[in-house]
Ligand binder design. Structure first.
Ligand SMILES: [Zn+2]
Ligand SMILES: [Zn+2]
Length: 260
């Protein structure tokens, strides 16, 4: 089976993801040699806003205005990012995107003018506030805020919540219902294996939720195989013909007031 990975990072040049060291050429090579049909480049929105030394998102989750303080830096790096996407994306095998998150007040880490330039926007929950026993509610709250924005895919849905222990089935289903109601795909993320991924995939298919596979690639070795996806699919017992796979189709911004 051939695969697409809709969530991937680069780290060369101006460093659109500080945590990655992949180049666009590495993705082109993987398309030639690996089991891949398409990649989306989804670098971190916050890296367009904050210089390298600023940690994320813990430092700005409660002070999101910091994302808008380095305006010259932000404008210049955003221009560089759009130029890069225009150069490397063909809309067939390489798509342009971004990985975003929301702060405590629901404000997005990405400038809203960028939506029309992006084929794939993955939204991630990278931080849950409060004590761990309140994280299930915090997860749902953060997801609801994220879904106020027209994201395409919920990245690594339970990466944060799973730090508080196994994710209850009802939270998994509540998450999937919210995604389905907002026409957002759920991601099976290969970078940090989530022990519930096979169950998540089976539930997603049962509920008719669109599925997006994402390597969340940061280093070259992660492009070598789709073994994690193959394993999750086999363990889930899902017939591949029943998968509703994500494919990029840019949504228009939601016609309602956004929280910022
Ligand atoms: Zn992420
Ligand atoms: Zn990522």
């Amino acid at each position: 089976m051939l695969w697409s990975s809709w969530h991937n990072h680069t780290g060369d040049g101006p460093r659109f993801s500080y945590c990655a060291d992949l180049t666009p050429e590495a993705y082109r090579r993987a398309l030639r040699n690996g089991p891949w049909t398409a990649f989306a480049i989804t670098d971190h929105a916050f890296a367009l806003a904050l210089p390298d030394e600023e940690p994320w998102p813990f430092q700005w989750y409660f002070t999101p205005e910091r994302l808008w303080q380095h305006s010259e830096f932000r404008d210049h790096k955003t221009e560089q990012y759009l130029e890069r996407l225009a150069k490397i994306c063909d809309g067939k095998r390489i798509f342009g995107g971004m990985e975003v998150e929301v702060a405590y007040d629901g404000s997005l880490s990405m400038a809203c003018q960028l939506w029309p330039y992006l084929d794939v926007v993955v939204g991630g929950i990278h931080f849950l506030p409060g004590e761990r026993d309140t994280w299930p509610e915090a997860h749902v709250h953060q997801l609801q805020m994220l879904l106020q924005h027209p994201i395409d895919i919920l990245a690594h849905p339970f990466r944060e919540l799973a730090h508080a222990g196994p994710v209850p089935g009802e939270i998994v289903d509540e998450t999937l219902h919210l995604l389905r109601d907002n026409d957002v795909a759920v991601e099976i993320n290969a970078r940090v294996a989530y022990p519930g991924d096979a169950d998540l995939l089976a539930r997603a298919v049962r509920l008719g939720v669109r599925v997006a596979f994402g390597l969340d690639a940061h280093q070259a070795h992660e492009l070598e195989s789709a073994a994690y996806f193959e394993q999750v699919l086999a363990d889930s017992g899902v017939d591949p013909n029943n998968l509703r796979l994500f494919y990029p189709m840019r949504k228009s911004a939601k016609a309602r007031a956004l929280p910022r």
